[in-house]
Write a protein that binds this ligand. Sequence first.
Ligand SMILES: Nc1ncnc2c1ncn2[C@@H]1O[C@H](COP(=O)(O)OP(=O)(O)OP(=O)(O)O)[C@@H](O)[C@H]1O
Ligand SMILES: [Mg+2]
Length: 354
Amino acid sequence: MATEQDVLRALARIQDPDLHRDIVSLGFIKELKVQDGEVHFDIVLTTPACPVRDQMKSQAEQLVLGLPGVKSVQVTMKAEVRSGRRLGNEKLAPSVKNIIAVASGKGGVGKTTVAVNLAVALARLGAKTGLLDADVTGPNVPLMMGLRDPQLGQVEQKIVPPENHGVKVISIAFFVKQDEPVIWRGPMVHSAIVQFFSDIAWGDLDYLVIDLPPGTGDASLTLAQSVPITGVVMVTAPQNAAALDVSKAIKMFEKLNAPILGVVENMSSFVCPHCSRETDIFGGAGGDELAAKFNVPLLGRIPLHAAIGAGGNIGYPIVASDPGSPQGLAFAKLAEAVAARVSVASTRLLPVIT
Ligand SMILES: Nc1ncnc2c1ncn2[C@@H]1O[C@H](COP(=O)(O)OP(=O)(O)OP(=O)(O)O)[C@@H](O)[C@H]1O
Ligand SMILES: [Mg+2]
């Protein structure tokens, strides 16, 4: 008759594809009960955005059913995002488990579009998600998230972030008069960004996505130096010029010890909205080369599609308005890839369970 030890030994044959370790030593198996040939346990993944979730469940069922004396198996799949924050500044929004910065070397490559769709996709996968617009030069998140003039609540002297599409949002635009240019000097940018963590009631979050202004200016520097970010998602376009600027930004983040989670190639190819034909119109070095050069993964490729731009203009990101479309699915896949990289980062911080 199989014992708990036998069940664990069988389950140890399942490897997590991203973490490259077996699910038993990773501590994924919880609430294991073996009684009269009936086996129950939970598999607690490190992200709800796990693409192999169903496959892992059926593999676990089959392995345990193959043990002598086992009559039935009940596996419950759960997810508990682990914290991938680097050490330093533990007091800054301690209930936020992972801070993901979306950056690029160049303006207009689609950072905000990527940040918004990434946040909404993570929320749709079941993660508690926030989005912070740290673009002091041109805060576009409110428009793209359909939160142009929200009412801000307060609790215990902290501002409550308004929510849309399942994501809590804070933007610098909520605190300055619209249509009035603000001249931000370095120290002001620094204190604004730190306050976005200390003075906002974010509550428990699995992921806080940050939309940065282009380039390697004050906001990027402050973030890398004062905020315990888990990692940076770099957005590039397929032209060579964009890749060059992104290289500079990657080097800056690496110098400041902020890990690069990977590269996203936006406006990868043109998808005709009429005939859906895909055309490679830029043909530059692109994300592939950049990823290879810095030895980081290419997290996703987002096509250039009119619906993506249109969705942004009406405050309805494509992952929410048309999740089943190829462009919606491209963002969902990107969210899975980012979540997997964050799991890897957080697991590196954990001791090995044997
Ligand atoms: N994949 C895409 N397909 C179609 N339009 C896109 C795509 N990505 C971005 N856009 C559009 O391109 C414009 C620039 O995108 P976005 O504002 O996201 O770039 P950004 O890098 O944040 O710019 P900035 O540097 O000004 O902050 C927007 O009008 C957006 O709707
Ligand atoms: Mg932007």
